[in-house]
Design a protein around this ligand. Sequence first.
Ligand SMILES: *[C@@H]1O[C@H](CO)[C@@H](O)[C@H](O)[C@H]1NC(C)=O
Ligand SMILES: *[C@@H]1O[C@H](CO)[C@@H](O)[C@H](O)[C@H]1NC(C)=O
Ligand SMILES: *[C@@H]1O[C@H](CO)[C@@H](O)[C@H](O)[C@H]1NC(C)=O
Ligand SMILES: *[C@@H]1O[C@H](CO)[C@@H](O)[C@H](O)[C@H]1NC(C)=O
Ligand SMILES: *[C@@H]1O[C@H](CO)[C@@H](O)[C@H](O)[C@H]1NC(C)=O
Ligand SMILES: *[C@@H]1O[C@H](CO)[C@@H](O)[C@H](O)[C@H]1NC(C)=O
Ligand SMILES: *[C@@H]1O[C@H](CO)[C@@H](O)[C@H](O)[C@H]1NC(C)=O
Ligand SMILES: *[C@@H]1O[C@H](CO)[C@@H](O)[C@H](O)[C@H]1NC(C)=O
Length: 506
Amino acid sequence: MTNCVNLKIWFLNLLTFFTVLSLSNGRSNAEFPVKAVSLGGWLVTEGWMKPSLFDGIPNKDFLDGTALQFKSVTTGKYLCAESGGGTILVANCTVASGWETFRLWRINKDTFRFRVLNKQFVGLDGVKVVAVSNNSIDSVTFDIVKESDNSSGVRLRASNGNFLQAKTEEVVTADVSSVGAWKDDDPTIFVITIAVRFQGDFQVTNGYGPTEAPQVMKEHWSTFIVENDFKFMTSKGLNAARIPVGWWIASDPSPPWPFVGGSLQALDNAFLWAMKYGLKIIIDLHASPGSQNGFEHSGSRDGSQEWGKTDESINQTIHVIDFLSARYAENPSFYAVELLNEPLSPGVTVEMLNKYYKAGYEAVRRHSSTAYVILSNRLGPSDSKELFPLANGLMRSVIDVHYYNIFDDVFENMTVQQNIDFIYTNRSAELKNITSSNANAPLTFVGEWVADWRVKNATKEDFQRFSKAQLDVYGRATFGWAYWALKNANKFWSLEWMINNGYVEI
Ligand SMILES: *[C@@H]1O[C@H](CO)[C@@H](O)[C@H](O)[C@H]1NC(C)=O
Ligand SMILES: *[C@@H]1O[C@H](CO)[C@@H](O)[C@H](O)[C@H]1NC(C)=O
Ligand SMILES: *[C@@H]1O[C@H](CO)[C@@H](O)[C@H](O)[C@H]1NC(C)=O
Ligand SMILES: *[C@@H]1O[C@H](CO)[C@@H](O)[C@H](O)[C@H]1NC(C)=O
Ligand SMILES: *[C@@H]1O[C@H](CO)[C@@H](O)[C@H](O)[C@H]1NC(C)=O
Ligand SMILES: *[C@@H]1O[C@H](CO)[C@@H](O)[C@H](O)[C@H]1NC(C)=O
Ligand SMILES: *[C@@H]1O[C@H](CO)[C@@H](O)[C@H](O)[C@H]1NC(C)=O
Ligand SMILES: *[C@@H]1O[C@H](CO)[C@@H](O)[C@H](O)[C@H]1NC(C)=O
């Protein structure tokens, strides 16, 4: 797995393999079924959707959460945290995987902290290099000194001024005060591999730093989505926009470091334009304090998933929902609030989620009796109906599921026709399974889907058939559906491109 899309695919797959038909019929729909598109990559950053946003960052390969591996030129083996962390570093690992992977915390463009698999930070015990402290403050910072821009050779200079060396396979120290030429017999030299890139809001804002980031983000927010996009959506038959936001929006204009202010103003604009063009808005909390899934699009610094482990993180998130509901409750375009996008099992338990969803629902209801409240199913191992006991008791609640024919390896060799059959047979059964005619039951929302797949060299007609199949089936969701996304550097993920070029017709 080389990037976040793949990770996401993996977890989405786990979610979607339940195959028992239920006898339920669809219950009455919402006022109208939502035909929406997500304004992804706008107020919550995802580097793959707009790579150029990262272009101006100095040393942009080394951002927070970037996963690095270091192979010693003398031992020919990888630097690794023995046992994944909690003890010394060694240089005797032959295969680069978990123990051999170091996640960056970026201090500035040259200086970093390293975090190991079990979450400890790399530090020193005398001259011995260890990974024992859970506290970043106790750790040592390292400069990554490159041989040249074109070489993958690096040295690591610890904050005590000494270079780290693989003295032997089993002894790694930081005790070399001066180094010479770049030669293959020098134990201070390592060949570096970037195992995972991580490009979310933490990365872009901390990458540019406090002076430049506010300007760069303001420029992005005011150009990526503009009024004309709302006109486009209406003219093409869409009736709503799902807008991902990050938790820091509630402390605009001065959110906690490294996040920057201004996304609230952009959301205000979206409401203005939505009203003008008769569109509804679904506010979608995509990034929560501590991160609910460890994906780059949840504001995570290094892939850690901390949300829900403390009441404080839950309370802070309720505050965000309360803030947004209060701000937009009177706006005629305010249609729904999605309390949390893609919480990931097992890190987020159903208990945490029930507690949060109940309180989040009440926070919305304090300001609006009519807004729909959307509860996202967990990704990862989970039961597609696990939220029903809670949702059955909540008026105007909605269950959100995300259906992608990409991330699970089951799609690897599927033909065009097999993909289409999967939609009509398997997705249709999954959706029917969670759609109930019971008046207390939640509505259903296919909150993310895309007309891209793993089929290679598909024709335009193939894409048309595939998107039509999905529109047919997801059109049966009682709340509606939302395509991911309106704009994307990858054209098949850009609904704007797909519509303009005749690949998708709403
Ligand atoms: C229907 O839901 C149940 C869990 O409530 C699950 O076990 C089953 O696999 C689901 N069937 C389909 C087709 O998704
Ligand atoms: C670090 O955290 C882990 C897991 O919570 C714990 O087992 C360990 O004792 C902690 N280490 C230190 C040095 O506090
Ligand atoms: C690095 O590679 C680029 C493109 O191949 C080349 O133009 C440049 O001169 C190289 N720089 C060094 C320091 O070798
Ligand atoms: C690497 O060295 C450590 C420390 O001596 C040892 O415990 C471990 O078994 C070694 N691992 C391998 C793969 O040789
Ligand atoms: C979280 O909010 C609840 C309800 O308002 C309160 O009882 C609790 O003390 C809060 N917990 C923390 C850690 O803030
Ligand atoms: C897909 O096809 C390739 C090549 O035939 C094969 O190696 C691979 O195992 C297949 N994958 C799946 C999931 O069937
Ligand atoms: C799709 O559903 C059919 C019929 O229930 C089943 O035989 C098939 O295994 C399912 N396909 C996948 C990939 O789960
Ligand atoms: C797709 O097209 C490219 C370029 O025409 C070709 O090299 C490749 O083999 C094709 N792949 C498949 C799976 O047909």
